[in-house]
Design a protein around this ligand. Structure first.
Ligand SMILES: [Zn+2]
Length: 151
């Protein structure tokens, strides 16, 4: 394959990806008008956590069985996203993406983006990528919630 052919392929892929991302964001805007019960619950129960704002916004939605990493309007590490968004299924945003949008809109979420140490961030990401629930984040949130209740 020539370099030109390869870069042409990448351009075409990039174009397709950009188009699908635009479509996903349109659907997300519609979805937050009437969010699913799961999305409402995740946001209402404060299971939505902002980990970082730079260089990219990184959030976690703590699920009942698994936790997922979310880049707002762009990516979620859940199986639904893999199948319906990255795959060629219909572009239906998962409830994690919707819950993060709700959280950003209402301003109600746990925000660790100013206080989280880089090594803790790495631990949390690795625990979730490994397919586990993040013990590190739960420990941080638990301490956080207890100290807030004492005030
Ligand atoms: Zn998801």
């Amino acid at each position: 394959m020539t370099v030109e052919a390869r870069s042409g392929g990448v351009d075409a892929q990039g174009y397709l990806l950009a188009r699908r991302l635009g479509e996903l964001r349109d659907r997300l805007r519609r979805a937050i008008e009437s969010p699913s019960p799961e999305a409402r619950a995740a946001q209402g129960e404060l299971r939505v956590v902002r980990l970082a704002r730079m260089p990219v916004e990184l959030w976690v939605v703590l699920g009942r069985e698994s936790d997922y990493l979310v880049v707002p309007g762009t990516y979620c590490s859940c199986p639904h996203f893999m199948i319906h968004v990255l795959g060629m299924g219909q572009l239906e945003p998962c409830y994690h993406l919707v819950a993060v949008e709700l959280a950003r809109r209402t301003g109600r979420f746990h925000d660790l983006s100013e206080t989280l140490l880089p090594e803790k961030l790495a631990d949390i990401v690795l625990e979730i990528v490994a397919g586990a629930r993040t013990v590190t984040l739960r420990r941080i949130l638990y301490g956080f919630e207890r100290s807030r209740q004492r005030e």
